[in-house]
Ligand binder design. Structure first.
Ligand SMILES: [Zn+2]
Length: 260
């Protein structure tokens, strides 16, 4: 593979030589090139949750040069997290996850700006969603996912939602900029009874890496304007199988019926 000729780009980009080299494997891709990388550098992503899913999401978005990450988590790092939450380390125990993650991300890529949000609530969520070009949900419960989905539908900000439990993973992508678009709530009834969380049911560690990495991939594609269709991807880690399906809008959905 040829080395990037940084000097050739002088005058065509605001990126300096170090950035051109750092992001050269993106710039080689015709789908990204310099214009796409500059788009990523000027993008803002709201990342909800810095746990098992949030770890690879944050690491890949930071490494990819997404210019500003709004990092949210209200919890501290616990020993039982370290089996799968790879952005944190044994040195981070009892530290806020936002602080621990920020240290790892700055070490990886000092280029990017990080906003640490330790107090995300349903009340202040709209404010942060409005700042974002894309929201990536790495939370671990339906209540939070529903609230985030509602805020994204309202603000028409694209959403990448992920979940992982035991040996099963799921990825949903919604580009609310485009009509008609179903939403996360279309997949589930309002009164979903059973709440499975990995703290109760367990999760095989690399599964969150698979789903979180896919979430980062889809977020980058959304930021680059490469993706528009809503999609559900299910992953069976035991059988090593993916199943992709179209998400059908629920005409009775209480969240997106006005938009669909
Ligand atoms: Zn809906």
């Amino acid at each position: 593979m040829p080395k990037p000729k940084c000097n050739d780009y002088t005058g065509l980009t605001l990126m300096n030589d170090e950035q051109l080299l750092r992001y050269s494997r993106h710039i080689f891709l015709p789908e990204i090139d310099i214009a796409g990388q500059e788009k990523l550098l000027s993008s803002t992503v709201l990342l909800v949750g810095l746990g098992g899913l949030g770890s690879p999401i944050a690491l890949y978005l930071a490494a990819s040069g997404v210019g500003r990450l709004l990092l949210t988590d209200r919890e501290k790092v616990e020993l039982s997290n370290l089996q799968r939450q790879i952005i944190h380390s044994s040195n981070s125990l009892d530290e806020m996850k936002t602080t621990s993650a920020a240290r790892a991300l700055h070490a990886l890529n000092p280029d990017i700006k990080l906003d640490l949000i330790d107090d995300l609530t349903a009340e202040n969520l709209d404010k942060y969603v409005a700042l974002a070009d894309c929201v990536v949900d790495g939370s671990d419960n339906f209540t939070t996912r529903f609230v985030i989905n509602r805020a994204c539908v309202k603000a028409r900000v694209p959403l990448v939602s992920g979940a992982a439990i035991q040996f099963n993973g799921q990825l949903c992508v919604f580009d609310f900029k485009h009509d008609p678009t179903p939403c996360y709530q279309c997949l589930y009834p309002d009164d979903i009874a059973q709440e499975n969380r990995c703290q109760d049911s367990g999760v095989i560690a690399p599964l969150v890496g698979v789903i979180g990495s896919l979430q980062a991939l889809e977020a980058i594609k959304l930021l680059l304007g490469m993706r528009m269709k809503s999609q559900l991807l299910q992953f069976d880690a035991r059988a090593l199988g993916f199943r992709s399906s179209k998400i059908v809008p629920d005409p009775k959905c209480s969240v997106c019926t006005d938009q669909c």
